[in-house]
Design a binder for this molecule. Structure first.
Ligand code: SF4
Ligand code: SF4
Length: 503
């Protein structure tokens, strides 16, 4: 067992209000520069929809992530080394500016200098890339916000696969949710081995960064990242990506997107994991990927894990933070959070709690019945889940490689939690019974309620400071194709990960 630590994030989709504050604050801090006008390291997209960049989930088009080979190992979907090298000067799998959008602004100064007119003056849009006036603004980073656009556009969302979409175009039956997205700081990142300059590396705290001195702007990483979370700065001719606000993390503070989240739906904390399992679990059967990823996360309260972690040099404050980690509870203990598109096999470290969505008619019926009736019989939690407006299959396609059962189980826990708290606070029952089938105790429900509903700042963000991570930006720990810290060099990393056909 080789224990490593990772700062991970969980987003509770139930609480995202789609305000985009996270995106705007991130942009103000990191990407309000020439060359990155179109880039949103954190974006919030309305689903179902094509997303940003458009149809980023279409890996046939972009060739992101990993595929499992016949011998049970993984290989970049982009191909082996000769293939990647042959594409250096002409990569057909890169998103183009129209796949993002042409960034625009308005010349507001022209409004002020106008002489008095009969009609109000208007500011014409102009491109922030070319500086030329644009006839029309026809696109943006979330053009389908709040179900804008036609159902045909939304239907391009591949997560509607296996779902009978008949009727979703109707107002009464349609559904939507917000999905905030950022770099996943993966445990098995596809961006690192795709970089022919060896510029991308993973730090000890799990943050994936691009060494700007080494980046040569080849952009294979942009194709290889299945989440499309690396952006090309066309002014500097370098690739850039979310840095997980590492200067703040080193100081024990949450990322800017988490700090400013209006919905308080983001959680940050440490997990300990067994890095020896990465290769095996990344190549697991598709339906086993979520289970495997959960299995890789170690119990930080297990004395054996603690002793071994200390022996292997994990600092004491990291271990203590892992024991108090809100993300450990959501990801592993309660198993209500899931990785985004685990089938890309990058073992992402930003997970999501699926949102609940009661049917409108159901809510009205419950209200008419009153609390006494509702408490009278034991509720069928799974039946409630199946009546929800957002089909469990949609979340399954988004979060569990198509298997709806783990999603149904997680949503049943959330329905049961709501019922448990209703009996406590509305019916005045001090010790309501807990449904055994759901598999959680009353103490866990109380804990879950605290974390999901009323958690304060220190509950949501448990980030250790670590002097070892401070000061140097760990560029010296860059390892090119390996992501195993200083022990591995470029060639050994290639061989171990079967990258580029084993050079
Ligand atoms: S999500 Fe981030 S760490 Fe994962 S492959 Fe993409 S850029 Fe790399
Ligand atoms: S700030 Fe929070 S609530 Fe608002 S869009 Fe971002 S994640 Fe959602």
């Amino acid at each position: 067992m080789k224990i490593k630590s990772q700062i991970a994030m969980v987003l509770n989709l139930d609480k995202c209000i789609g305000c985009h504050t996270c995106s705007v604050t991130c942009k103000n801090v990191w990407t309000s520069r020439r060359g990155l006008e179109y880039a949103w390291w954190n974006n919030v997209e309305t689903k179902p929809g094509p997303g940003y960049p458009k149809t980023w989930e279409n890996q046939e088009k972009y060739r992101g992530g990993w595929v499992r080979r016949k011998d049970g190992s993984t290989e970049l979907r982009l191909g082996n080394r000769p293939r990647v090298m042959s594409q250096l000067f002409s990569n057909p799998y890169l998103p183009q500016v129209e796949d993002y959008y042409e960034p625009f602004t308005f010349d507001f100064s022209s409004l002020k200098g106008k002489r008095r007119m009969k009609t109000p003056p208007s500011a014409r849009p102009f491109s922030m890339i070319t500086g030329k006036q644009m006839d029309k603004v026809q696109d943006g980073p979330n053009w389908e916000d709040d179900l804008a656009g036609t159902f045909d556009q939304r239907k391009s969302d591949p997560n509607l696969h296996d779902i009978d979409t008949q009727g979703f175009a109707e107002f009464e039956r349609t559904f939507m949710l917000y999905v905030p997205r950022l770099c996943e700081h993966c445990l098995h990142p596809a961006c690192i081995p795709s970089c022919s300059s060896g510029a991308i590396y993973k730090r000890k705290d799990g943050v994936v960064l691009i060494n700007q001195d080494r980046c040569r702007g080849w952009r294979q990483c942009i194709s290889a990242c299945p989440y499309k979370k690396i952006y090309f700065n066309y002014k500097r001719m370098k690739s850039e990506k979310c840095v997980f606000c590492y200067p703040r993390i080193e100081d024990g503070q949450p990322t800017v997107c988490s700090e400013t989240c209006v919905g308080r739906m983001r959680y940050l904390g440490v997990i300990l994991y067994d890095s020896e399992k990465i290769d095996e679990y990344a190549a697991a059967d598709e339906r086993d990927l979520v289970r495997c990823q959960r299995e890789m996360i170690l119990d930080p309260n297990d004395p054996e894990v603690v002793v071994e972690a200390e022996r292997q040099g994990i600092s004491h404050n990291y271990i203590m933070a892992a024991q108090k980690s809100p993300v450990y509870k959501l990801m592993k203990e309660w198993a209500i959070a899931f990785p985004l598109h685990p089938e890309y096999r990058t073992l992402p470290m930003v997970w999501y709690v699926p949102a609940m969505s009661p049917k409108v008619e159901e809510v009205a019926a419950e209200e008419q019945k009153g609390p006494a009736d509702a408490a009278a019989g034991e509720m069928d939690y799974f039946a409630k889940v199946d009546e929800m407006r957002i089909p469990a299959q949609y979340f399954a396609n988004l979060l569990t490689a198509g298997d709806p059962q783990p999603i149904r189980e997680a949503l049943a826990k959330l329905v049961a939690l709501r019922e448990y708290m209703r009996r406590k606070t509305v019916d005045g029952d001090d010790q309501p019974s807990v449904p055994e089938a759901i598999g959680l105790t009353a103490a866990q429900y109380d804990d879950m309620y605290r974390l999901l509903a009323i958690a304060d700042y220190n509950d949501r963000f448990v980030i250790p400071t670590d002097p070892k991570q401070q000061g140097s930006h760990h560029f010296d720990e860059r390892t090119g194709l390996g992501f195993d810290d200083e022990e591995e060099n470029f060639v050994e990393g290639c061989k171990r990960h079967n990258i580029f056909g084993g050079i």
